[in-house]
Design a protein around this ligand. Structure first.
Ligand SMILES: [Fe+2]
Ligand SMILES: [Fe+2]
Length: 357
């Protein structure tokens, strides 16, 4: 276990009127227990680590918490969630969760999550523009997922504005810092979608696409998995192998996302086709339409390569991320098998190679 001084202050935030239970957990953690309603009044010095045990199903509580949280810094945010309830994990992600643990988590698991965070993030840059662009991207992602879940119109302008910020941050600060910050501050599907967005933004920038095209590509990256809005989190973020039935539940996401955006957004035809086609392969073995090379446009081919790369470098609780070299080796073998375009893999290899910012 890391020393208290390395972690800084830890607060246990609760909304439950069970002081004795809360204070004994806080004591074991070496944390201060704070009642949610007192959090705003308390002057938070920097970005202390928080273990948040509140009812995230309650929108008023989420709002109250959001208003009381300080700007992101090096602190770790651990949310104790109801793992069967999708809304609680979505809200936790929007509030900047680094780790999601079950409400039944032990104090030892909380310590392990804190240790892991400070082990990983010791060298993560904390540039304000990078963190602000990630925050607006996550907010746009959450709004988009919620809009699809509630069958309401997508906030097209909000998505584009967030993607403009992301494209600027990746362009100025470099993609490596941006990806490190995403992997340090976010988990699960949100981490994946944000990594794809950053990798696509870097690809478009470094291949000298015009600014509007960089933003369009970034929008396609942000929205590519929006169809997962309707897939249960227990399947999406399941550690380990999926059953055939679970795989079927996930495989509907390209068509579900496409159908939603066709009816509820002003996104152009190319973005729509990339949402529907990002799991297609050039040799016709992908899904959902078994398209072959001549039917798959350039934007979709780029999103596919960036999607595979981002999935390989993701940080998950049950596996270490692949290195850049390992990820591109897998992509090169997919190109050799005729599934993705070799030219795009070479470009991605050059763009994402460590030290290329
Ligand atoms: Fe996907
Ligand atoms: Fe994806």
């Amino acid at each position: 276990m890391r020393k208290q001084s390395e972690r800084g202050a830890v607060l246990l935030v609760t909304d439950r009127p069970t002081p004795s239970e809360t204070s004994s957990v806080a004591q074991e953690l070496g944390a201060d227990a704070v009642f949610l309603s007192d959090l705003a009044a308390r002057r938070l010095d920097g970005d202390p680590s928080l273990i948040v045990d509140v009812d995230l199903r309650d929108v008023d509580i989420v709002r109250q918490l959001k208003a009381a949280l300080p700007p992101r810094g090096a602190g770790c945010r651990i949310f104790l969630i109801d793992t069967d309830n999708r809304v609680t994990s979505v809200h936790a992600n929007v509030l900047g969760a680094n780790h999601l643990l079950s409400k039944k988590a032990t104090v030892a698991q909380m310590h392990a999550a804190l240790d892991k965070h400070f082990g990983i993030s010791a060298h993560v840059p904390q540039d304000e523009a990078v963190l602000a662009s990630i925050c607006s991207g996550v907010q746009a992602l959450d709004n988009s997922f919620q809009a699809m879940a509630n069958k309401i119109e997508l906030d097209n302008a909000g998505v584009i504005a967030a993607c403009e910020k992301i494209a600027d941050a990746v362009c100025v600060d470099g993609v490596c810092d941006w990806l490190s910050a995403v992997r340090s501050h976010h988990v699960g599907t949100f981490q994946h979608c944000m990594l794809v967005t950053g990798v696509v933004a870097a690809f478009a920038t470094k291949t000298n696409m015009p600014r509007e095209e960089v933003v369009r590509m970034t929008v396609a990256g942000l929205l590519h998995d929006i169809g997962k809005s309707n897939v249960p989190v227990s399947i999406l973020d399941k550690p380990g192998a999926l059953t055939l039935r679970e795989m079927d539940a996930i495989r509907v996401h390209p068509v579900a996302g496409y159908n939603y955006l066709v009816d509820n957004s002003t996104m152009d035809a190319e973005i729509l086709s990339s949402v529907r086609g990002h799991h297609e392969y050039l040799d016709g073995t992908g899904y959902p339409d078994n398209l072959t090379a001549s039917d798959i446009n350039e934007m979709t081919r780029i999103i596919t390569v960036c999607d595979v790369y981002a999935a390989l470098i993701e940080r998950r609780s049950y596996k270490e991320p692949k290195t850049h070299a390992e990820a591109v080796a897998i992509l090169h073998s997919m190109a050799a098998a005729g599934k993705v375009e070799a030219r795009l893999v070479r470009e991605l290899d050059w763009i994402m190679a460590p030290g290329e910012d």
